[in-house]
Write a protein that binds this ligand. Structure first.
Ligand SMILES: [Zn+2]
Length: 226
């Protein structure tokens, strides 16, 4: 039998030697025979429906003895490849191993957080959480999540209106069209002089004149209570 072996990976043909692959006989490629399910007897080649771009790195493992990962490929891809080709993670090169371990650690953290959410949700669904925690959760949802219920939606709209109102009322209170006249300016000055009060007013300043001769209407005062 010739030492050459043809491997079709995702439509790309690779050529290497049996002896190269058999350097790691515990792996999938190292243990291939022509009776394997991956062997195409007509084409005289093996076929794997995998990513050909990653396969070059896999082949380099048989040539060099260690795996080096291209940095632009995600750790998830490498985990899948190593598992499929049955290559132990201990064969990852020293320079690339920290990157792989970081991916594994990140993945463990993500899984831990996901599981924590799943367990928490299951606890709520089966009423395993304490009564107080359940009440706290409901109050929090009511106050912070308008989409959690119709009541929460109504509350959030009401809350928004109050905030808008508290911003608008001081503006309205200073608008001349809204304020109600209390006294004429001439009458006011006459009355001040009559009582000998020490009252100084710049008559040229319409704002000052408005504040001493008008007041905010009753309905605005009521709104201001909010
Ligand atoms: Zn490396």
């Amino acid at each position: 039998m010739s030492d050459e072996i043809h491997i079709n990976v995702g439509g790309t043909l690779f050529e290497t030697k049996w002896s190269t692959l058999q350097r790691h006989c515990d792996t999938l490629l190292g243990s291939l025979t022509t009776t394997s399910e991956y062997y195409n007897n007509v084409r005289k080649q093996f076929f794997f429906d995998r990513n050909p771009e990653l396969f070059n790195t896999i082949l380099d493992f048989y040539r060099n003895g260690v795996i080096h990962f291209p940095t632009h490929i995600c750790g998830w891809n490498w985990k899948q490849e190593l598992e499929f080709w049955r290559i132990p993670v201990t064969d990852i090169s020293e320079c690339c191993y920290p990157k792989y371990i970081k991916y594994e650690k990140d993945q463990n953290l993500v899984n831990y957080i996901k599981n924590a959410f799943i367990v928490r949700t299951a606890e709520y669904q089966t009423h395993k959480v304490s009564c107080l925690a359940g009440i706290k959760q409901r109050i929090w949802l009511f106050l912070e999540e308008p989409t959690s219920s119709i009541a929460a939606k109504i509350f959030s709209i009401f809350y928004l209106l109050i905030v808008l109102l508290s911003a608008i009322t001081p503006i309205l209170a200073t608008h001349p069209d809204v304020r109600q006249k209390v006294v004429d300016l001439d009458v006011l000055i006459y009355w001040v002089n009559l009582n000998g009060l020490n009252f100084w007013l710049n008559k040229q300043n319409p704002k000052e004149v408005m504040f001493v001769t008008t007041e905010q209407p009753k309905w605005l005062e009521d709104l201001d209570l909010f």
